[in-house]
Design a protein around this ligand. Structure first.
Ligand code: ADP
Ligand code: ADP
Length: 542
């Protein structure tokens, strides 16, 4: 080994080209003998949005606690802490010098949005209005409530909010504060595409108009791209050490991260690149009809929300993508199919065995992961199951943990595994990308896709991450209408038609990055944006 890693080479015996420069220096912080060490720190800049891109467990929270003045960095000398003066000395001449001086003098104030918004109800008792009034320091609440469309849930108890509502309330509560430095740990989970774009614009506006510094961790690359001015890549071995690079341009940072090779550092961070395969839109599904469903309608209450679904068919062995805004009836449609809900008109007695992963994963029985998964499938532990499910979903390391101790991303991976491991006619996954980092997203996506191909399984996936959908789906079902009022869904259609309809509703076009082929959002009204709109090619531009 190279002497850095505590247990094993994180690169799986890949030859390490050289020791990264950062690791030759002292760390910014080490928690103790043989404990996690953090090398490098992000550098917040007034008036700028700084992004961090990297896996979970790599020290991002540690870095933010240092920048918030909560944790005094020990420069690796965990036995005798050097104190802020010496820390400042160590950062003299770097981008962080002024910032650290302010932290030392107690002059930095920080507002933070936690990663797992699902946990907010555990620590707050009250309604949305009460929560937001507590943080209303900038007199910006009205604007935030309007732009984030929080109005309808202002008097609702925090306990009753959906994940997407909680995410927007948490964002508003954080951005409403008047501090120098804002840290946002993932903004996109549970938000639909247009809410993601709105959140990104709000964060940019706060940086530009109020000269604030924003630090954002985000795994939706299209949104990170739109949001950040500069980017730090984070890499290392989760639990052992983490390195935060010097700032890079957003495009280079994302591309180098995907390539698995950092140019300036001359450093390989992953054996293989993450391939953003550019493929022609899939045009047809292979299978025969699995099920035909008739025109369906469903209303709640006194018609507060009405869903109309045009009858269609789901084919055997296809992956059917489902897209559309939040609150438009996607889950309702899923529940009609699973028989958990009766339709008002149209027979949904489909006689199908469906394995369903809901959007909000709440498995927290006092049970170990391995016991839970082996109770679902007798394939558990077989070499097939290990190769196709456990490995791509990175379950080996968490098999012995209790379900209740899992992080959001770990819980998501267990839930995907549980859904796919069940035997069923139809697998229905609601937002499998939530809380997964970029690498996990790509691996989970290909695990689902391979599973469909090899098991001749039929899969439906609801997701807001456009690339997840493009990689996964053979056909697309588009939901549209007025959220929380009326939803409509057309028949499943070929990918090109479906993407065009979906993105035309959003008025957003994508191009491909020249180097990595990853999809990037075009600037509104740029030449490409206008050209693609006039050609009606919103996603698969030639
Ligand atoms: P991230 O925010 O990237 O998920 P964290 O900064 O929370 O990562 O944690 C990085 C590593 O440091 C983890 O392995 C965590 O267990 C460890 N760690 C965090 N806080 C402490 C602490 N107070 N003492 C020892 N280890 C810690
Ligand atoms: P999506 O999955 O597209 O986010 P849903 O199908 O969950 O949308 O919800 C569509 C609309 O129906 C939302 O306005 C939601 O608040 C409302 N709704 C969902 N379930 C119920 C219910 N059991 N009773 C009343 N209204 C509901």
């Amino acid at each position: 080994t190279c002497g850095i890693c505590v247990e094993k080479c994180p690169f799986d015996a890949i030859e390490i080209i050289n020791l990264p420069k950062e690791l030759q220096d002292d760390p910014a912080h080490r928690y103790g003998e043989n404990a996690f060490s953090l090398y490098g720190l992000p550098a917040p800049q007034d008036g700028q949005v700084t992004g961090i891109l990297g896996p979970n467990g790599i020290g991002k929270t540690t870095a933010v606690r240092i920048l918030a003045g909560e944790l005094e960095p020990n420069l690796g000398r965990h036995e005798e802490s050097p104190g802020w003066d010496e820390v400042l000395e160590a950062y003299r001449g770097t981008e962080l010098q002024d910032y650290i001086a302010d932290v030392r003098d107690g002059e930095v104030t920080v507002a933070r949005k936690p990663q797992y918004v699902d946990q907010i109800p555990n620590s707050f008792d009250g309604n949305t209005r009460e929560l937001l009034e507590r943080t209303n320091e900038r007199d910006a609440l009205e604007d935030l409530v309007e732009r984030l469309e929080i109005g309808p849930v202002m008097d609702q108890s925090i306990d009753d909010l959906s994940g997407g509502e909680l995410q927007r309330v948490a964002l508003a509560a954080t951005l409403a504060r008047d501090t120098d430095f804002y840290f946002l740990d993932e903004i996109t989970p549970y938000l639909d595409m247009s809410q993601r774009v709105t959140a990104a614009r709000l964060i940019r506006d706060l940086a530009e108009e109020e000269n604030k510094s924003m630090l954002v961790v985000e795994h939706d690359l299209a949104i990170l791209d739109l949001l950040a001015d500069t980017l730090h890549v984070a890499y290392g071995e989760p639990g052992a050490y983490g390195v935060i690079t010097a700032p890079k341009s957003v495009r280079n940072g994302i591309n180098e991260y995907l390539a698995g090779y950092l140019d300036n550092e001359n450093m390989r961070i992953r054996p293989n690149p993450i391939e953003f395969e550019e493929h022609a839109p899939r045009t047809e599904s292979r299978g025969d009809t699995l099920v035909e469903y008739p025109d369906l309608t469903k209303s709640y209450g006194d018609g507060e929300f009405t869903l109309e679904v045009e009858g269609g068919e789901i084919r055997e062995n296809e992956v059917l993508g489902i897209v559309g805004p939040n609150g438009i009836g996607k889950s309702t449609f899923a529940k009609l199919l699973t028989g958990n809900l009766e339709s008002d008109a149209g027979d949904t007695d489909l006689d199908l065995d469906i394995s369903y992963k809901p959007q909000y994963v709440t498995i927290d029985q006092p049970m170990r992961v391995d016991a839970f998964l082996s109770s679902i499938t007798d394939q558990f532990g077989s070499s097939y199951w290990n190769t196709e499910i456990a490995q791509p979903l990175q379950l080996e390391r968490i098999m012995e943990q209790n379900l209740s101790d899992l992080s959001g991303g770990e819980r998501q991976r267990v839930a995907i595994a549980a859904c796919l491991s069940d035997s069923a006619d139809l697998y229905l996954l609601d937002e499998p990308s939530a809380h997964l980092d970029v690498e996990q997203r790509v691996q989970a996506t290909s695990a689902i896709r391979r599973y469909a191909e090899q098991q001749d399984a039929t899969v439906m996936v609801i997701d807001h991450d456009i690339y997840t959908i493009d990689l996964l789906a053979d056909r697309l079902m588009v939901f549209d209408g007025e959220p929380a009022v009326a939803g409509r869904a057309g028949q499943p259609q070929p990918m090109r038609d479906g993407m065009n309809e979906f993105l035309a509703n959003l008025d957003v076009t994508f191009r491909r990055d020249e180097r990595t082929s990853r999809p990037r959002i075009n600037k509104p009204d740029s030449q490409l944006d206008r050209q693609q709109k006039s050609e009606g090619e919103y996603y698969y531009a030639p």
